[in-house]
Design a binder for this molecule. Structure first.
Ligand code: ZN
Length: 239
């Protein structure tokens, strides 16, 4: 069985080489390392250069928008993306726990624009801001990125269905699905089309995706080897 972790933060891992070797030995053969703000872009790029199994994504997380001054970040990000065709965009998005929603919308919209223009997959964080998310997606309907991933999805079945049917999203399952108290999320995943599911650790150890895949297999009532194959193929489709 082979797995790819589509959203991790290896830049925060203590020993990246050892972490990746250990993950590889249990079947996790790839990872996408997501940045969070301009101050970790160089580190993420360096990790992606150094480790063949890692792809990088650069972006500005909604919690980090207060780090930005002016628009220079957007020019820098655009230039880096142009110089590095392998880089994806993430993580970015909307979060109700950050007070400045209008600035979040600006920063997110700018990143969606880059993803659409440059044809890069984008990893989207959305916490408690689905109304705003659907507004922005609708307003950009004819100019959206080709590949959008709802990272660490934690919404309802209705939201999941809209994301897939109206906007062709992929849905990335994180270790949150291991928590039985998240009944709304588990219901949503039960109804998710299997060809749109991805898996992620959302942390510093890509090996964590194996238990996430196991949970998806349980939810879908299929063998883990089968789900691993399907999710692997889904993932290859976005790389
Ligand atoms: Zn993340």
């Amino acid at each position: 069985m082979k797995y790819i972790d589509v959203h991790c933060h290896l830049q925060n891992a203590d020993n990246i080489g050892a972490t990746l070797n250990a993950a590889q030995s249990v079947g996790v053969c790839g990872a996408i390392c997501n940045a969070t703000a301009p101050d970790d872009w160089a580190r993420v790029r360096q990790i992606a250069r150094e480790y063949k199994s890692v792809r990088g994504a650069i972006g500005v997380h909604p919690w980090r928008i207060h780090d930005l001054s002016g628009d220079a970040w957007a020019r820098d990000m655009y230039d880096i993306l142009c110089d590095n065709p392998d880089l994806m965009i993430g993580e970015c998005g909307l979060d109700k726990f950050h007070p400045d929603m209008s600035q979040q919308l600006n920063v997110f919209n700018t990143q969606l624009q880059m993803a659409a223009e440059l044809g890069r997959p984008v990893f989207i964080h959305c916490v408690g801001a689905w109304d705003k998310m659907f507004q922005i997606l609708k307003s950009r309907k004819s100019h959206l990125p080709m590949i959008m991933v709802a990272h660490a999805f934690n919404g309802s079945a209705e939201i999941l269905t809209r994301l897939i049917n109206e906007y062709n999203f992929y849905i990335s399952a994180s270790p949150m699905i291991l928590d039985n108290r998240r009944t709304r999320l588990l219901d949503a995943m039960r109804g998710a089309p299997i060809n749109r599911i991805l898996i992620e650790s959302d942390g510093t150890n890509p090996a964590d995706v194996i238990s996430v895949a196991g949970r998806v297999a349980d939810i879908k009532n299929v063998a883990q080897s089968e789900i691993a194959d399907i999710i692997y193929k889904n993932t290859i489709g976005i790389l």
